[in-house]
Design a protein around this ligand. Structure first.
Ligand SMILES: *Cc1c(COP(=O)(O)O)cnc(C)c1O
Length: 400
């Protein structure tokens, strides 16, 4: 039985065509892109071509607006720290309660150690940003706003173009973590007020350890990494040429895929969600039903533990993820679902299925076969479930 991989928001398989494009840059094309000889020139041209592919995918106006980094985390950190440094007379950051740890833990650190004032804008029960609270937090004290384009756990999409316009009204820089959006939704940066955007190679069938930060031309900027003059002084260090070439190829493939295949993936995702809801009681889909990534299904199964579901799914050869950010068996449910006020009895049992362009219909059908007996078995063992219904204990606030 072939294993089924439905954890593509955690990482994707590097496309074989990406690997193929990278290979020569480990062997004959080993030059340093900055060198003044033929070895360097060819490699420099390949880096330029990759930058151009990203410019096209992002709808950016100039290819030099793309700065290569080591990934999404570095891009997010660079954007927020640069924003604070170029505006020394402003000391506030606006973000949301549901961002990736690459943003939230940096903001926590800045608040504790640097005296930065951080506004964490809440979301509603469907994961949508509270726009009134966002407006209220904006002022001429805000240096940078960082709000994600699409949420990695629920797939909920924030209306970042409009949010960027509001940030501009108070003269703040606007950064978006678009790691989950790039390659899944159409992006046309030149028509927006977005100043900076983060993306990551391994979330779009590219290699790990490579990403990019888009920095709009004219945006004031401070490099996080100092050294040589690479990336026009915006990110020092000899370029990760194989990674950059791989990311460029991944961007080309993503552009072609979005044109042809987004609907197919969305249909598979909807079939998975509808099938689960039909076959299994006491479960619901989390996130914004209207504005959501086409590949993400986050389903909360009440009165059982997500980790237990994952273990049994894994035994059946199916890889998914728990909505919980738990790494060490802690029973804390995901900060995203908690921010959405998903009840504890359901947040503990949330499972994220994230599809990709490689997902097939027979794979979805097998998941739909395997899930009902897994859920039934776990509910039989659940102290909150007797004879097919939740017991009174399940509503005991002591559990929450
Ligand atoms: C994966 C992810 C990141 C981190 O990207 P890396 O390249 O793994 O550092 C940041 N933000 C979001 C939304 C992500 O999904």
């Amino acid at each position: 039985m072939q294993p089924i991989y439905l954890d593509n928001n955690a990482t994707t398989r590097t496309d074989p065509r990406v690997v193929e494009a990278m290979l020569p840059y480990f062997t004959e094309q080993f030059g340093n892109a900055s060198s003044m000889h033929a070895f360097g020139a060819d490699v420099g041209a390949a880096v330029g071509a990759a930058r151009h592919s990203l410019q096209a995918l992002l709808g950016a106006e100039f290819d030099h607006e793309v700065v290569f980094t080591s990934g999404g985390t570095e891009s997010d950190n660079t954007a927020i720290l640069a924003g604070l440094r170029v505006m020394p007379d402003r000391n506030e950051v606006v973000t949301s309660t549901v961002e990736h740890p690459a943003v939230l833990s940096l903001c926590d650190w800045l608040e504790r150690n640097e005296g930065v004032v951080v506004h964490r804008i809440p979301v509603d029960s469907q994961g949508r940003l509270d726009i009134d609270a966002y407006r209220a937090a904006l002022s001429d004290r805000v240096a940078v706003v960082s709000l994600m384009w699409a949420n990695n756990e629920t797939g909920t999409i924030f209306p970042v173009e409009g949010l960027a316009d509001l940030a501009k009204e108070v003269g703040a820089l606007f950064h978006t973590d678009a790691v989950q959006a790039v390659g899944k939704v159409a992006i046309n940066l030149k028509d927006t007020a977005i100043d900076m955007l983060s993306l990551s190679g391994h979330k779009l069938h590219g290699p790990k350890g490579i990403g990019a930060l888009y920095v709009r031309r004219g945006t004031r900027f401070r490099s996080l990494v100092r050294g040589g003059h690479q990336e026009r002084g915006r990110r020092a260090g000899t370029e990760n040429v194989p990674g950059i070439v791989g990311l460029g190829r991944a961007a080309e493939l993503a552009a072609a895929y979005m044109a042809d295949e987004t609907t197919r993936v969305r249909d598979l995702r909807d079939r998975l969600e509808q099938g689960l809801l039909q076959r299994i009681g006491n479960c619901f889909v989390t996130g914004d039903p209207l504005d959501r990534l086409p590949n993400t299904a986050n389903v909360a199964f009440e009165y059982i533990e997500g980790e237990a579901i994952l273990l049994l799914l894994n035994k059946a050869g199916i890889a998914a993820s728990s909505g919980s950010a738990c790494t060490s068996g802690s029973l804390e449910p995901s900060h995203v679902l908690r921010a959405m006020d998903v009840p504890f009895t359901a947040a503990h049992g949330a499972i994220r299925f994230s599809l990709s362009r490689e997902t097939t219909a027979p794979e979805i059908d097998r998941v739909l076969e395997e899930m009902p007996p897994i859920i039934a078995r776990l509910r039989e063992l659940s102290p909150f479930w007797t004879d097919g219904t939740p017991t009174a204990d399940a509503f005991n606030p002591a559990y929450a």
